[in-house]
Design a protein around this ligand. Structure first.
Ligand SMILES: Nc1ncnc2c1ncn2[C@@H]1O[C@H](COP(=O)(O)OP(=O)(O)O)[C@@H](O)[C@H]1O
Ligand SMILES: [Mg+2]
Length: 253
């Protein structure tokens, strides 16, 4: 069962309007839930923060460095709970049975304990789709942000899925983001001399973090692809293992 698993990361840019604070993209989430309904294979979903969590994190300068500013931490936390509820509601309206797990209950000392393997597998065996999200977590020295892209890597180490799809608002990784003809079909190392455009609302490293996590996951021997979550056709193809965006190839391939 486990090696049939796919992990889908819904980037904040695919579920919110990233440049407009606190703006949910319900149209996109409806479309994504219809794709997931068609996919019909064991799945775990992790979603990002987009213009919800990132907005407050940026405003209050909270990042992966621990903070004890609880007044601000609760704002981020509430915005992520709200975003998760909005997503789950639409999934359920489309008969996609997600089952939400809060990252604050899954993590102990920056790790997901092994017991979670059984909990997640059991949920999947009941035809549920576990869903979790990037959030503020409590560490030894205070609260810190743990992004959805990092959670995907942690879940890969725990569950060894066959495939990971990062769904964002771009068709894949570009050599130069201003030139759509420069899409890179395969990336196998970190020395690509890529150009990066600047983002306003991102405290977790944006596309650079995603590339690093993708290479790390590929090095575990797992198929990884970055594709466009706003395009239902290519998203379904990617979930089914077709090459539509940027594929990452690890050392162990
Ligand atoms: N070289 C590049 N190739 C692709 N996207 C890039 C590149 N440089 C910057 N970006 C930006 O990265 C964004 C995706 O990263 P991010 O906002 O973190 O996605 P997500 O919300 O899916 O986590 C894209 O919207 C794009 O504007
Ligand atoms: Mg991101």
């Amino acid at each position: 069962m486990v090696n049939k698993l796919t992990i889908l990361k819904l980037g904040g840019s695919a579920i919110t309007k990233k440049s407009k604070p606190l703006t949910f993209n319900s149209n996109s989430v409806h479309k994504i839930s219809k794709v997931i309904k068609k996919f019909n294979e064991p799945l775990i979903i992790v979603h990002g923060a987009g213009s919800f969590g990132h907005y407050y994190a940026k405003r209050y300068r909270i990042s992966d460095k621990p903070t004890t500013s609880t007044k601000h931490v609760v704002k981020i936390r509430d915005s992520m709970q709200l975003l998760n509820q909005k997503i789950v509601k639409i999934f359920h309206e489309n008969q996609v049975n997600t089952f939400s797990f809060s990252p604050t209950s899954m993590y102990i000392n920056k790790k997901i304990p092994n017991d979670w393997k059984k909990i997640l597998q059991k949920s999947i065996s009941f035809d549920l789709i576990p869903i979790t999200f990037g959030d503020v977590l409590l560490g030894n020295n205070g609260f810190y942000i743990h992004s959805g892209d990092l959670i995907v890597h942690d879940l890969c180490k725990l569950l060894n899925p066959k495939r990971v799809i990062f769904a964002s608002n771009i068709d894949g990784i570009y050599q130069n983001p201003d030139d759509v003809s420069s899409l890179i079909p395969i990336i196998n190392n970190n020395k690509n001399n890529l150009k990066f455009s600047k983002l306003n609302y991102d405290v977790t490293g944006g596309i650079k973090t995603k590339i690093n996590q993708s290479l790390k996951i590929a090095n575990l021997g797992i198929d990884v692809q970055i594709t466009n979550g706003l395009n239902s056709k290519t998203l379904l193809k990617a979930l089914r293992g077709e090459h539509v965006g940027t594929i990452f190839v690890g050392d162990k391939m």
